[in-house]
Ligand binder design. Structure first.
Ligand code: FAD
Length: 399
């Protein structure tokens, strides 16, 4: 279970980046609640925000490099980490659903260059379709005469929504087929008919931009349908005949990204645990360090144990995905669920250990708690992860 030399080098490099480039500016960007462009530029210059960085990590056959990288970046700051990683949601959708030609064309455009930064976004959620992605109202109609798809609808809670250069939008082509009638479309930069709606003010990860995306007669070329029309027509025909379709556009992307979300939650939990451990050794009350009380020491023991258990689940799921082992018991969901809930619990305990100092903005612990909560909500809520696991282990269609 030792990490190899490349993984150790990656971890140590990113730990230094997190410590020197993220920690010092984290509180400022949390307060500003804006996209941290200078930070993204710096990350691109240093090679942390780039296609090459993502590909190198992805090429690790053990599946661990991406998890190690994300844990360190989220340890630095989850909001800044998401400002870098929001793009990978769009990229994951292109890689999961696009043809090799589409991947070659669009993925580089999601990152741009250090001199000309680009962002991507992945839009599934809608005001009336969050957990229930089968009920999307955004429609895609094909205009045969012009070989264009026309998109109409409203997406909400979209990371990098409206500011991204490349939007990947999941829309319904045939609403009667629910999620099996959906497809993913690229909306290239500068396409008329796509705009940002309201930008949300959030509890945590505030350096990451979250907004509505409104599509009004947004026309994209036929080649922007991920996977191509022939494949979509074949899939729709199979579904209409009552045969199983191999993939549901949004679900394929979420399956691939869940352990990565868990790894970020893990980074926040570790940050809070380390801070609380140091504090508990230093803080004196009743003439002794507070860690000398079992009530505090046992909290720290439980925090460390949950973090290590979460890491093992995250690494296992990522290793299974990389080595193409099927998730027979919802292992991807387990990793995201456990790590997300661990982050919430551990950061709350860290506040308790710091007492009043945990509750004020002078210390980072309250921010870590605010940041942690989203990990039980996005990319499938904790309830939905439990549903996936329960269905997988039972074979019963639990509702
Ligand atoms: C900061 C942020 C960033 C996001 N980024 C993106 C993004 O980039 N792209 C994107 O597409 N989406 C994004 N989302 C949306 C996110 O994925 C959804 O918020 C999430 O899927 C939950 O949907 P909802 O908010 O509509 O909640 P709902 O689905 O309305 O759920 C409300 C509650 O009901 C529970 N519930 C619902 N159905 C069931 C059920 N069958 N059984 C048990 N409990 C159930 C849920 O677990 C939850 O507790 C983001 C959200 C946030 C807040």
């Amino acid at each position: 279970m030792d990490l190899n030399e490349d993984q150790i080098t990656l971890r140590d490099w990113l730990h230094g980046f997190a410590l020197n480039e993220m920690r010092p500016i984290a509180a400022e960007w949390d307060e500003r609640e804006e996209t941290p462009w200078p930070f993204i530029q710096e990350a691109a210059k240093l090679g942390v925000y780039s296609l090459e960085f993502m590909m190198n990590n992805f090429a690790d056959k053990t599946g661990l490099s991406t998890m190690i990288a994300l844990e360190e970046l989220a340890w630095g700051d989850a909001g800044l980490c998401m400002a870098l990683m929001g793009t990978t949601l769009g990229v994951a959708a292109i890689v999961a659903n696009g043809t090799p030609e589409q991947q070659m064309e669009w993925v580089p455009q999601c990152f741009g260059t250090p001199e000309d930064i680009k962002l991507a976004a992945f839009g599934v959620s809608e005001p009336d379709a969050g957990s229930d992605v089968s009920s999307l109202r955004t429609r895609a109609h094909y205009d045969e005469a012009s070989d264009e798809w026309i998109l109409n609808g409203t997406k909400t809670w979209i990371t990098n929504g409206g500011i991204a250069n490349v939007h990947v939008i999941v829309a319904s082509v045939d609403p009667t087929l629910a999620s099996r009638g959906q497809a993913s479309f690229i909306v290239p930069e500068g396409t008329p008919g796509i705009r940002m709606g309201q930008k949300f003010k959030k509890m945590g990860i505030r350096a990451s931009h979250t907004a509505e995306v409104i599509l009004e007669d947004c026309r994209v070329p036929g080649r922007c349908l991920l996977g191509g029309k022939e494949k979509l027509d074949e899939k729709l025909a199979r579904v209409r005949e009552g045969k199983k379709s191999s993939s549901q556009a949004a679900m394929v992307t979420f399956e691939a990204t869940r352990p990565a979300v868990g790894a970020q939650a893990l980074g926040i939990a570790r940050a809070a645990y380390e801070f609380a451990l140091d504090y508990a050794k230093e803080r004196q009350q009743f003439g002794r360090a507070i860690i000398e009380n079992q009530a505090i020491a046992f909290k720290l023991a439980d925090m460390k144990m949950s973090i290590d258990a979460a890491r093992l689940l995250v690494w296992r799921a990522s290793w299974m995905a990389a080595t193409r082992k099927p998730f027979v018991a919802g292992e991807g969901s387990m990793s995201k669920l456990f790590a997300g809930e661990t982050a919430v619990k551990v950061t709350e305990e860290a506040i308790q250990i710091l007492g009043g100092y945990g509750y004020v903005r002078e210390y980072p612990v309250e921010r870590w708690h605010r940041d942690s909560k989203i990990y039980t909500i996005f990319e499938g809520t904790s309830e939905i992860q439990r549903l996936i696991i329960a269905r997988a282990i039972s074979g019963v269609h639990i509702r």
